[in-house]
Design a protein around this ligand. Structure first.
Ligand code: COD
Ligand code: ATP
Length: 172
């Protein structure tokens, strides 16, 4: 399992690969005293200013791309029979989709999505809606899918059951 968000977070931790470029591009005030990305401050900036978001992505995404390539090599060397890539911005990025044999999209209504992210993060509805406006809408995301998991009105246990069934289709 290769988690692009975890790899992105690693690049913006203290001494992470993106930190020097973030300091040069956005200034030292965008870093915490420990030398990590100040996530709160950057979130306020990038979801209010799409050109700042593009500058951040131009730093982080190539590093995540390299880290995904390395993790893939490691998995292949270890004899992995299946690699699952968790890529939140798959539909937004022209790059990865064409390299992947199958795409699974986890779908729910926008209302459920907003509620869940509010509960998870403590962000307001306005902030969550602004973040979602920076992402691909539901229809193109669904169009990119070979398999859709409709994760709405079901418990986490029921979701786990569905995922297990899909895993069986892939020989897990
Ligand atoms: C903007 C940052 C600093 C906000 O960090 P914070 O810890 O406050 O929030 P978190 O990472 O949980 O993201 C909050 C929400 O924003 C969404 N989101 C994050 N980055 C992006 C982006 N570039 N475009 C659209 N949505 C995004 C996430 O899916 C999530 O729903 C952080 O998300 C970041 O560094 N983003 C750029 C890297 C990136 O594109 N990561 C996404 C996956 S590779
Ligand atoms: N079926 C469900 N029932 C209850 N809570 C759920 C269900 N599915 C997901 N959640 C919760 O919703 C929140 C969002 O889920 P998760 O973080 O997995 O989404 P994500 O797609 O990775 O989000 P992002 O791309 O924004 O990081 C989490 O707190 C998760 O526990």
């Amino acid at each position: 399992m290769i988690d692009a968000d975890a790899l992105a977070r690693a690049t913006t931790a203290p001494d992470g690969a993106a930190i020097a470029q973030i300091r040069t591009t956005f200034g030292p005030s965008m870093l915490t005293p420990e030398g990590a990305l100040d996530r709160e401050r950057m979130r306020q900036l990038v979801f209010a200013d799409s050109s700042a978001r593009a500058r951040l992505e131009a730093i982080v995404h190539p590093l995540v791309g390299q880290a995904i390539g390395q993790a893939t090599q490691t998995a292949n060397t270890a004899g992995a029979t299946l690699i699952v890539y968790d890529i939140p911005l798959l539909v937004e990025s022209a790059h990865w989709r064409h390299d992947l044999p199958r795409v699974l999209v986890v779908d729910c209504s926008p209302q459920t999505q907003i509620q869940r992210v509010m509960t998870r993060s403590g962000l307001s509805e306005v902030e969550v809606t602004r973040i979602m406006a920076a992402q691909a809408p539901r229809a193109p995301r669904l169009r990119a899918a070979d398999i859709v998991v409709f994760n709405d009105g079901i418990s986490l246990a029921e979701l786990a059951q569905q995922v297990q069934q899909i895993g069986q289709q892939f020989g897990l």
